[in-house]
Design a protein around this ligand. Structure first.
Ligand code: PRX
Length: 638
């Protein structure tokens, strides 16, 4: 089967075929990959338990698909182009051949340090090629990687390590971000005080800052590589994995409790990311693909590492931030590396747009032929700026909707093949069966309807479980609607049948494209000794999409509240990370609660949106007068 859809007619035909004959459809896609042994059964599933198995009894290793198979045909092609934080430092290019050598080398390092198939390895690294090498090396030896975004705190790392019982951490001395150096190793040291399962830490030299190395536990990446070299650089044949062996765990926030470890398995994830990468971006063999995400998030896993590499593409990795040394940096990177496809987030587009056109107008963006957006709804203004300033009106924009749990893109235009419309994710990819549900749990048929977005049939890239707690997976995604995967998103299907994602319908915020669980954040704020209770809601933010608004009850109102505000921020940064720091903190005497003690977030949401007129009925509240007080306070916060 050809992987790429050819035209709109082909899309319609393929879509129909994928619904009528899903197993044949996916078997055809899977056939384009390299298997040590083919599957005996394409799909076995139920959404009740849930129990989802794709390509049962198939044997493979994803790195043979991402690396080895390209060596014979295209070994010298750049696999990874790396652009450093500092524009005066040299870029690095790793061909497929070189990347495979490095992965085999580091797979040997992992083996030498006791890592075996099935072990969990935590990766906390900057956006340097070694991050991709570490990820792929884990996959090579059959270890399950758990990448933690470099912006998370020591506590967040510890929680993730303990949940997955990781045995080894891979980190670096420090991480450059613009003019700042983040002391990664020192953060890991703080985390490990709480972790009993870690017996080795491999430390990469990046920022050349002083670190404390603990005897017997900590080793340098470079020293370990030298050891492998002195052993004569033995090859590392890829471990044979079962199709359903876990490939990685990635933690993501939900509406309740601590982040969940979303588990993706080998074959389904590989097939799905390869298929969606090739199709959505219509990748052609010499194109340079630039996804600006961090590998610490699912977008980086799927569209910097696995998707592009399984398709033999050239993937550009950028260590820095789009606004340093100035707001033209991203465009400089595009020009320097002749990027053809740019995949970024609306929040980045909005911040570069706000910086002013003088940063983009004189840049050479002539190589760009396709653009992508991901992570949050894109507003029309940002869409048009992206289209006109970046794509010069000639590059189709694919607004790709998906989630950590999905593995890859589910609803999106296919670049140059299916239509686009500002703010719309458009149409499901072949193989994806979305449905909209009303509040009574009935499927909304036809067009011109809005409801909760569910997927009614499995796709290979979907999560299989949440690490260590299958019941939590069932409850979160498969119990709201019978026999459906529930996304947590609201969605409109317009008169023409095009999909528009309207945002989360649960208590999850989307701040600069990052998922923040309100319960998790409230728990962090409540840890502060002066705080009695708190409630978090999102509010419209011009750059971040949503900003974080915290209502906080403190014990002593006479205290210096400015200081308390700073202390609360510091508490959040320590317990979660800077991405969860509230934008606004309003101190309140009480929160609007029902007689049974439930916080009425709907009221708080209306207040922070400034929509005082639609706060609704407050008579059922325990103390209706708090609403007026909060409104007054909110007015002063503006
Ligand atoms: O609300 C949707 C929003 O981001 C959520 C998923 O977040 P995460 O798991 O961190 O994955 C982000 C990158 C895949 C979704 O539930 N979201 C993601 N893409 C879009 C989007 N909202 C609107 N339009 C999108 N294109």
């Amino acid at each position: 089967m050809e992987l790429q859809i050819k035209d709109f007619e082909d899309y319609e035909k393929t879509y129909r075929y994928s619904v009528e004959h899903p197993e044949e459809f996916w078997a055809g896609i899977a056939d384009t990959f390299f298997w040590r042994k083919k599957w005996t059964n394409v799909l076995n599933w139920n959404f009740k338990e849930p129990n989802i198995k794709w390509f049962e009894n198939g044997k493979l290793n994803i790195t043979e698909n991402c690396l080895d198979r390209h060596i014979y045909t295209n070994g010298d092609k750049p696999a990874i182009i790396w652009e450093p934080n500092d524009p005066t430092e040299s870029a690095r290019v790793l061909s497929y051949k070189q990347l495979l050598e490095k992965v085999e080398q580091f797979a040997n390092v992992l083996k030498n340090n006791g890592v075996r198939k099935g072990d969990r390895v935590c990766i906390y690294l900057p956006m340097v090629p070694e991050l991709a090498i570490a990820v792929l090396s884990c996959a090579r030896v059959g270890a399950i990687h758990s990448v933690v975004f470099g912006g998370f705190s020591a506590q967040s790392i510890a929680d993730r390590i303990n949940d997955a019982e990781c045995s080894l951490v891979i980190t670096a001395d420090g991480n450059y971000r613009g003019t700042k150096v983040v002391e990664l190793k020192s953060i890991v040291d703080d985390a490990l005080v709480q972790c009993k399962t870690i017996n080795k830490v491999i430390v990469l030299t990046r920022a050349r800052i002083g670190v404390s190395m603990i005897k017997g536990r900590d080793v340098w990446w470079e020293d370990e590589i030298h050891k492998v070299e002195s052993q004569g650089n033995p090859a590392y044949p890829a471990e044979e994995m079962d199709a359903e062996d876990p490939l990685f765990v990635l933690y993501t926030s939900g509406s309740t409790g601590k982040p969940k470890g979303v588990v993706h398995t080998t074959a389904g994830y590989m097939v799905y990311t390869g298929y969606t990468f090739s199709n959505v971006f219509q990748y052609k063999s010499d194109e340079v693909f630039f996804c600006t995400a961090d590998i610490g998030w699912i977008t980086g896993h799927s569209y910097i590492v696995y998707g592009p590499l399984s398709q033999g593409a050239t993937s550009l990795m950028f260590e820095g931030i789009p606004t340093w040394p100035d707001a033209g940096r991203l465009w400089d990177v595009v020009a320097k590396h002749k990027v053809n496809i740019l995949y970024t987030a609306p929040t980045a587009i909005r911040s570069l747009m706000a910086a002013g056109d003088q940063y983009i107008d004189d840049k050479d963006l002539s190589t760009i032929t396709k653009l992508g957006s991901v992570g949050e709804p894109i507003n029309e203004e940002a869409w048009h700026w992206y289209n006109e300033k970046v794509g010069k009106g000639k590059a189709p924009i694919v607004d790709t909707w998906w989630q950590t749990e999905n593995g890859g893109i589910l609803i999106s235009a296919i670049a140059g093949i299916t239509p686009t419309k500002p703010g719309y994710a458009m149409l499901p990819l072949p193989g994806v069966q979305p449905v909209l549900m009303d509040e009574n749990g009935k499927i909304l048929e036809g067009n011109g309807v809005s409801g909760n977005l569910c997927i009614k049939f499995p796709w290979p890239g979907m999560l299989r479980t949440t690490w260590g707690d299958h019941e939590r997976c069932r409850l979160t995604y498969f119990s709201t609607y019978e026999d459906m995967y529930f996304t947590g998103d609201g969605c409109l299907r317009d008169e023409e049948g095009y999909y528009r994602i309207t945002g989360r319908v649960d208590d999850v915020l989307n701040v600069s494209g990052h998922r923040i669980g309100t319960a998790e954040l409230e728990n962090a704020i409540n840890m502060h000794s002066d705080v009695v209770e708190s409630a978090i809601v999102g509010y419209p933010h011009p750059v971040k999409g949503q900003g974080i608004y915290a209502f906080v009850i403190v014990e002593d109102h006479q205290k210096d509240l400015e200081l308390t505000r700073k202390d609360i921020n510091a508490t959040v940064v320590r317990l979660i990370g800077a991405i969860a720091r509230p934008d606004k903190i309003q101190f309140v005497r009480d929160l609007p609660k029902t007689r049974s003690g439930k916080i009425m977030r709907r009221i708080l949401r209306k207040i922070v949106e400034g929509d005082f007129a639609n706060v609704g009925d407050t008579t059922t509240l325990l103390d209706p007068s708090v609403v007026e007080e909060i409104k007054e306070g909110a007015d002063k916060m503006k």
